[in-house]
Ligand binder design. Structure first.
Ligand code: PMP
Length: 332
């Protein structure tokens, strides 16, 4: 028997005062409402609790210099929610309409949004809410959007190790969907890695256990031969919005950027000079060390120059401290 790790402070335990709630039944969405945050009433046979048809998103609203809040790439996140929904047989949302309602929710609870560098995390959750024991395609669903004030994670950098026993995602599976089961299935490996003093695991491909894919809640970014480099997307990797943003920022500033596989073979790491995480919650945290089967594949004590430059530029764009040529900020 094992007990859950207790040493880490939980990340985000209180929502703001309101939720956005919308129900889908008999092929149509009902009117969504902004309501006082309250526990959900769920039937014991709720489909999502038994069979796992539950997906989510995560993005942030950032306090701007004029005091207003701006959401970072909300439509791209809601389009990804729709791709996850398609994989899980959940209904599609109207991404534009929902983005407007989320902006309204953020304005409603704006006073509860923290100051930079902290931010307001936006968590849309869509799950099959039908009370039915029979296993089949969901016919009704609940969408909620909750807001949680969060700090920036992993300020001191992270140590990662590859996971050689457990697998997160296999070709044809659900790895590229942001579905609840992916995270439940990853917990045991994360728990073991924490017990060994690592912050997260780096997942390997299921077939050869040779190719690095991503970490539990973030993509992997390297500086390799002077280029920004990240493993290519597939159906076993979540297409991170931060990943896409960093590739775009690098290319726009004339830095070569490549999507290229990287293996656990030390020869692949000879020209890797920097490594960092890429994700909404984790940001671009410095990776201090990567260990594979007890051997150090990569180590660097301080963040490298490109990681710093790209990470800071992205944060400045999010917080409205420099122009946004990409159209990523959406006023709330
Ligand atoms: N991979 C996984 C498995 C994740 O959960 C996340 C967080 N959404 C990411 C990567 C990073 O994605 P994003 O940059 O869109 O937050």
């Amino acid at each position: 028997m094992h007990s859950p790790a207790k040493k880490k402070a939980p990340f985000g335990t209180r929502t703001t005062a309101h939720l956005f709630v919308q129900r889908y039944q008999e092929g149509a969405w009902g009117p969504g409402r902004i309501e006082p945050a309250a526990p959900l009433a769920l039937a014991p046979l709720t489909h999502a609790l038994h069979y796992g048809a539950s997906i989510f998103e995560g993005f942030k609203a950032h306090r701007q210099p004029d005091g207003t809040l701006a959401l970072f790439r909300p439509l791209d996140h809601l389009r990804r929610l729709n791709r996850s929904a398609a994989r899980m047989c959940l209904p599609q949302v109207d991404a534009e309409g929902l983005a407007r309602r989320i902006a309204e929710l953020v304005r409603t609870d704006a006073a509860q949004a923290p100051s930079p560098p902290d931010a307001l995390y936006v968590r849309p959750l869509l799950f099959a809410d039908g009370a039915v024991l029979g296993y089949g395609t969901p016919t009704s669903a609940t969408l909620i959007v909750a807001l949680v004030a969060v700090p920036a994670l992993f300020k001191g950098g992270v140590r990662l190790r590859t996971e050689t026993h457990y697998v997160r995602a296999a070709p044809g599976g659900t790895g590229s969907a942001k579905c609840a089961g992916n995270y439940a299935g990853a917990l045991r490996a994360q728990e073991l890695a924490h017990a060994e003093g690592f912050d997260e695991v780096l997942w390997l491909d299921a077939h050869e256990r040779r190719w690095l894919e991503e970490a539990g809640g973030m993509n992997l970014m390297l500086v390799r031969g002077g280029a920004l480099s990240t493993p290519p997307l597939s159906d076993t990797i979540l297409a991170g919005i931060t990943r896409d943003s960093l590739l775009a920022l690098a290319r726009a500033s004339g830095l070569p950027a490549e999507e290229r596989p990287i293996s656990v073979d030390p020869a692949d790491w000879r020209d890797v000079s920097e490594a960092f995480t890429s994700g909404t919650a984790a940001g671009t945290a410095h990776i201090r060390e990567i260990v594979h089967e007890g051997r150090v594949l990569f180590t660097r004590s301080e963040p490298g120059p490109l990681a710093r430059q790209l990470g800071e530029r992205l944060e400045r764009i999010k917080f409205g401290l420099e122009p946004d040529p990409f159209g990523w900020r959406a006023p709330a």
